[in-house]
Design a protein around this ligand. Structure first.
Ligand code: ATP
Length: 766
């Protein structure tokens, strides 16, 4: 198979419009523009890819130009891009001539406006002007100008292409300023443009001062070597001593300006970075908080945490550091190019020759490492996730004596992360060093060619001397360009991850009408409800049941029979696929989620306690509750007695997830929290499963009083918990009601409930 692909490998494969869209371990999505509008090409492409050992699935869409590739360990994630490009080249070569090429974009209307960037066009136009000047002025100067113009035009084209490519690559990101064609960096800056301008102006001023300082120092050296610096004579400083005093003053002023401006610009850039980070984190976190539960459950928590910490930090870091470097580099080039042209055109071309080469290398590098960065980010996320999971499962790991097994797992994942980081590091270091070779060669070339010009008399030493130091200043910055491009690539990758997170749909209220919590009676009706979790068989099938207002209703029955799912539908964590769930006769989908959830007190099967005090946890959600109310709720939940024995009572810190409490104690705190909420509907999902029988009986007694004026739905496996309920529904596998009635009625039926009861009573007796 590799030979088949090798046929296609050639100069054309690199030119194809093929870009990664998302890369996760074992699965990659690519944008393959060449198959747009070409069903046959899409089909052939998928078939070619599927024939490659290690690629387990390939699907290409002629409608969207998207390609999905799944692969196993035989193919490295970083190699998929190469294989895809080669396969596309092969398919395109096969179909060339057979049909007219498809348009690059679907003919769905004019292409969106594209922000073209500033540096590219300016350089391109500048290059053109310079070339024009050359034609007018002719002679030997003309050759240099033409060379320099060529340099500027080439740089402009490369920079512009890179800019547009990033815009195109991120245009289809879900939620990105889709259609505006704005560059991601502008999207990232968002509302902080004013600070960006302020920081940029200070940076430019700082760079100008720095270059003035360099010139003054060059003149000082000239005075020392030649006895005077000709440019200063024009200012009336004719003697060496006067010139040195004058230069001392100028150097002092320039030093002070550089220090002040550097301080202020750095401060502004850092603030900009912090503002961006703060802004993106807050907005993204607020969005995550409003995600639909199925997305929160579907995404790995550690992945979300990674986007909210590392990726968001990266967005700010780019502006806090690299953006400043880039701007200073641009400023110094903008100043030096005309300066060299005016004063030493014969060495200008060699001084600036590396610029387009470096721009091209950076562009090529960015293209090459995009997938590597995505893979290495994914590997790090998996490692992080495994680390957190293992640490959380400390007791399980120890009880199964699997410490070594876990250490090996981490070792393997860490090895994979290390290998993928090594790949990106190798490319990055190679790039940085290539840039350095270019810049140092140019510096050496400037010295040699300029030196020769000085020796043969075509360039005065007075002119050459101050110019030597200036390009060095630029070259020092140019050397940082590799790092800047690396940071840029990381930033674009992070931006993609954050964007994808923000594109997950948030819960909306839709037509949600208000619900007055005070007015809720609490009648719940499920009418022919069918619901299935994605990719699973139905958890509830055509289920109908009624929970009468003001009564205690219980759900018992087989594990996995959909009891918790009913609670989730009622609280609109999920919506029914068919049928309706009604509260007081109103479909819950027509109610404001916010109001609906305010009307329901819910104690989940595995209640979550926050790292804080006992009182904080009971008061969670009812933040204005008084201390007395907290104690009362805790008393009703049979929690007060044990809380009183804790070292600091209600002010005792209970650790992450309430680690410093027993399971039963945690449940009672969660129950107290629901009691304090004082909602008209209360759902207890196995809320007392971990407490002993005696405590449970006490809780039952207080709950009977608490339930007097509200609707209560109790989900339990322990039938003693629900024997006093007004109605009990016995659920069976497949989400159907097998039996219903009161405890006594169900016992009399001698069915499922009765056998469960006998079983549990037997167990109790044993
Ligand atoms: N988030 C989810 N994604 C996919 N399937 C789920 C999800 N939650 C539950 N299920 C599946 O739906 C079915 C019903 O689950 P549910 O939690 O409602 O059962 P249950 O009756 O409360 O079980 P138990 O008594 O064991 O708590 C089960 O088969 C379960 O595997």
């Amino acid at each position: 198979m590799s030979s088949l692909l090798d046929v296609a490998a050639g100069p054309h494969s690199a030119d194809l419009d093929v870009r990664p869209r998302s890369v996760i371990s074992g699965r990659q999505r690519w944008d393959v523009k060449p198959v747009l509008g070409r069903p046959q090409a899409a089909e052939v492409l998928a078939a070619v890819l599927r024939r490659i050992p290690g690629i387990t699935e390939a699907q290409a869409s002629p409608v969207t130009g998207g390609l999905l590739v799944r692969h196993d360990a035989r193919v490295r994630g970083a190699d998929v891009g190469r294989l895809v490009r080669r396969a596309v080249a092969l398919v395109m070569a096969g179909s060339a001539g057979a049909r007219r090429p498809a348009p690059a974009r679907p003919a769905a209307g004019p292409a969106p406006r594209t922000d073209r960037g500033v540096a590219g066009p300016v350089l391109a136009v500048g290059g053109g002007v310079v070339a024009g000047l050359a034609l007018i002025r002719g002679a030997s100067l003309g050759k240099q100008l033409v060379a320099l113009g060529g340099v500027a035009v080439a740089t402009g084209i490369v920079v512009r292409k890179a800019w547009r490519r990033t815009v195109d690559a991120t245009r289809d990101l879900p939620g990105a300023g889709t259609g505006t064609g704005r560059h991601p960096l502008l999207e990232i800056v968002g509302p902080h443009r004013r600070r960006l301008w302020r920081a940029s102006a200070l940076s430019v001023a700082c760079q100008v001062s720095e270059m003035a300082l360099g010139t003054f120092l060059g003149w000082t050296a000239l005075v020392l070597i030649k006895g005077r610096a000709a440019p200063l004579v024009r200012f009336g400083l004719t003697t060496a001593s006067a010139q040195l005093w004058g230069l001392a003053g100028l150097v002092a002023v320039a030093c002070a300006a550089v220090a002040g401006l550097s301080y202020s610009s750095n401060l502004q850039w850092r603030r900009l970075g912090q503002d961006i980070e703060h802004d993106w984190r807050n907005r993204t976190y607020a969005h995550v908080q409003h995600l639909e539960l199925r997305h929160l459950e579907g995404e790995r928590t550690t992945r979300i945490a990674g986007a909210l910490t590392d990726d968001v930090r990266q967005l700010g870091t780019f502006f806090a550091g690299s953006a400043n470097d880039l701007l200073q580099l641009g400023t110094s080039l903008a100043l030096l190019v005309p300066l060299f042209l005016l004063m030493a055109p014969q060495i200008a071309w060699i001084a600036f020759l590396p610029i387009p080469v470096i721009a091209w290398l950076s562009f090529h590098y960015q293209d090459k490492v995009a997938a590597d960065y995505a893979v290495s980010g994914e590997d790090r996320a998996r490692l992080h996730s495994q680390l957190v999971n293992t640490l959380e499962a400390g007791a399980t790991v120890k009880s199964f004596c699997t410490e070594d097994y876990e250490a090996e797992r981490i070792d393997r994942l860490s090895g994979e992360a290390q290998e993928s980081s090594r790949r990106t590091d190798r490319s990055t270091i190679r790039h940085v060093e290539t840039v350095r070779v270019c810049t140092t060669s140019s510096m050496a070339g400037t010295l040699l060619i300029g030196g020769r010009a000085v020796l043969n008399g075509s360039l005065p030493f007075e002119v050459f001397s101050p110019l030597i130091g200036l390009p060095q200043m630029v070259m020092v910055r140019m050397n940082r360009l590799g790092g800047i491009v690396d940071q840029y690539q990381r930033t674009i990758t992070s931006y993609g991850r954050v964007r994808r997170l923000r594109a997950l749909p948030a819960e909306t209220d839709g037509t949600g009408g208000p619900l007055d919590v005070e007015e809720v009676r609490g009648e719940i009706v499920l009418d022919g409800v069918t619901f299935a979790y994605p990719g699973r068989p139905p958890a509830l099938e055509d289920l109908s049941l009624t929970v009468p207002a003001g009564q205690v209703t219980a759900l018992v029955g087989a594990t996995g029979s959909g009891k918790t799912t009913i609670a989730k539908l009622l609280m609109r964590f999920q919506d029914a696929d068919f049928g309706s769930v009604r509260l007081d006769g109103r479909d819950v989908r027509d109610l404001s989620r916010h109001d609906l959830r305010h009307a329901i007190g819910f104690v989940a099967q595995d209640p979550f306690l926050f790292d804080g005090t006992v009182a904080d946890n009971i008061r969670y959600g009812s933040f204005g509750a008084s201390d007395e109310a907290v104690v009362q709720a805790a008393t009703k939940a049979e929690a007060h007695t044990f809380v009183a024995t804790l070292p600091d009572g209600y002010e005792t810190v209970i650790g992450e997830r309430g680690a410093a409490l027993s399971g039963g104690q945690r449940q009672r705190i969660a129950l107290a929290r629901a009691i304090l909420k004082d909602a008209p509907v209360v759902i207890l999902d196995e809320a007392t499963s971990a407490v002993d029988n005696e405590t449970e009986a006490a809780i039952q007694r207080t709950l009977r009083v608490f339930a007097a004026d509200r609707t209560m739905l109790i989900i339990a496996h322990r039938l003693s918990t629900v024997r006093h309920a007004d109605r009990i529904y016995v659920m069976d596998k497949g989400g159907v009601v097998a039996e219903q009635g009161t405890h006594d009625e169900l016992l009399a039926q001698h069915g499922l409930y009765s056998s469960l009861w006998r079983l549990q009573a037997g167990e109790l007796a044993a």
